[in-house]
Structures are given as structure tokens and as C-alpha cells.
Design a binder for this molecule. Sequence first.
Ligand code: C2E
Ligand code: MG
Ligand code: MG
Ligand code: MG
Length: 284
Amino acid sequence: VAKANGKNTYTYFDFSFNQKLTEKIETQSELRKALERNEFILFYQAQMDLVTKKVVGFEALIRWNHPSKGLVNPDEFIYLAEETGLIVPIGKWVLHTACKQLKAWEDAGYKDITMAVNLSTRQFKDKDFVKQVFDVIEETGVNPKKLELEITESIALDDLDYTISTIQELKNVGVHFSLDDFGTGYSSMNYLKRLPVSNLKIDKSFLDTVMEDQCDQKIIQTIITLARNLDLFVIAEGVERSDQELFLQEADCDKAQGFLYSKPVPKEIAEQFLKKLDNSPNIQ
Ligand code: C2E
Ligand code: MG
Ligand code: MG
Ligand code: MG
């Protein structure tokens, strides 16, 4: 009996393992075609100035408009794209598309709007990365000062010297960098002071429980103070309720992003926010 059980267990495991592997290989091959088939789309999530309560920028977030599955979120395919190296051309497409959109908004009169773009490890580590960004800036004619590239602490720390020189090269032409999901990685003060980044993005996990958890309140306050002392801006992500917003305003946080203001939305809807907020007479 034991043997039969063992065999059954083995067969079951084997089946599900094979199934997962097959699914993975299938998704990878679909991913390979997705770029040329134009299946990717960027959504934009508003970033609010906590003092003026106006939209001051957007974060571009990729979606995969899969032929049978519909809109697929990045957590389900970015790691696969990273594994296969497809993230490099996909990342370039993201950067190009986001910059083209930013330029269009600039041309429509929204000159102060910023655009945040997420970078993956492989994209950032690619030997042509800096050139890629330079090319996109030139091709789109975007103001590089309005572009914010987001990396996580783990990407940044992997090879500190490479990270510093890469950020510095792009900073020289005006591009800003942000540390995404800040507080969830290895936040050593020693590297933070050496990184030429401009913004810290407080991770959503601290916000989730901030109204119940004194400890999270202190952590957020400490991150904001740290940012002030290092001359960095701070943005909180994952703000869903107005009590969280109030807390952040009182803690002197610069900006906020979250479902309280808007989910990530297609460009046409994002543009409506800008139109609503714009008072200049040349835009209708
Ligand atoms: P992230 O850069 O930390 O982006 C924030 C994520 O939190 C987004 O999920 C956003 O939709 C979600 N979010 C924002 N506000 C709220 C809120 O108030 N409540 C809740 N529950 N969620 C909120 P999304 O769009 O699914 O993206 C997930 C992650 O995928 C991103 O995390 C980023 O690491 C990665 N990603 C997205 N787009 C790209 C891309 O173009 N390239 C690369 N390399 N990674 C990307
Ligand atoms: Mg991000
Ligand atoms: Mg984040
Ligand atoms: Mg994240």
C-alpha cells in the first residue's frame, strides 16, 4: 500500500510539474511574439503632490493584452521576460512608449508633468543601457529632466560601482532615479549616501498597516526624515484611504500614489486628469 501511495504521489507530482513547465514554455513563446503583435500596453498611475493635491506625474505600468487571457498584470510575466532576456527589448519598448507619451503631454502644455518608468535587473545591467536611454531621449525629443527611472534596492546594490556610474551618466543629462519599494531590501545607510538617486518610494507594505501599527508610523517618519537629510524627495505608494493621506501630509511626505487617487489607467483617462487640472487658456 505504501508503495502504491508513493507511486501515486510521484505520478501526481510529475503531472503537475510537467503541466507547469508546459505552461511556462507556452507563455514564454507567446511572450516572444507579443512585442511584434503589439500586445503590450502601458497604463499610467497618477502621482499627487501632497501639498497642492494636484497630479504632478505618472508612473508607467505595463500590461499584456493577451489574446485569450485578456489583460495580464506584470507580476505574472515580467519574471519570465527577465529569465528569457526578452525583458531587454520589452523594457526598451516601455521606455520609448512612456517617453513618447510624456513628450505628447509636454507638447499639449503640461510641461511640469514627470514620468516614472520601472527598470528590470537585466535591462539596467545591459551594457547598452545608457545608450538606450540616450537614444530614446533623442528619438522622442522628451525633456530628460522629467524622466524618472525606478530601480529597486536589490538592483542598485548588486554592483554598487556600476550602479553609481550608470546613474551618474544619466543624471548628467538630467534624468532622475528613484529607489522603488524602499525599505523592503537591504537599506544600508552607507550605500544610500553614495547613490546619486533623487527619490525614495516608500513601499506599500508600510502604508497598509500604518494607521494600526505605531511601528510602521515611525518607520515612515524615519524614512521621510532620512530623505530630507539626504536631500531626496519622498513618495508613498499604495495610498488607499484618506487617513493614510492625512498621516503622510502631517509627516511631511512630498508625493503620494495609490488607489485613493487613481488606479493605473489607459492614456486617454490619464489625460482627462490633466485636462481637469489645467487652467491654462490654450488647452481646451
Ligand atoms: P511597482 O513599480 O512597485 O508598482 C506599484 C504597483 O502597486 C503597481 O502594480 C500598482 O498598480 C500597484 N498599486 C499602486 N497603488 C496601489 C494601491 O493603492 N493599492 C494596491 N493594492 N496596489 C497599488 P502593477 O501595475 O501590477 O505592477 C507590479 C510591479 O510590476 C511593479 O511594482 C513593477 O515592479 C513591475 N512593473 C510594472 N511595469 C513594469 C515595466 O514596465 N517594466 C518592469 N521592468 N517592471 C514593471
Ligand atoms: Mg515602480
Ligand atoms: Mg513599488
Ligand atoms: Mg513593487
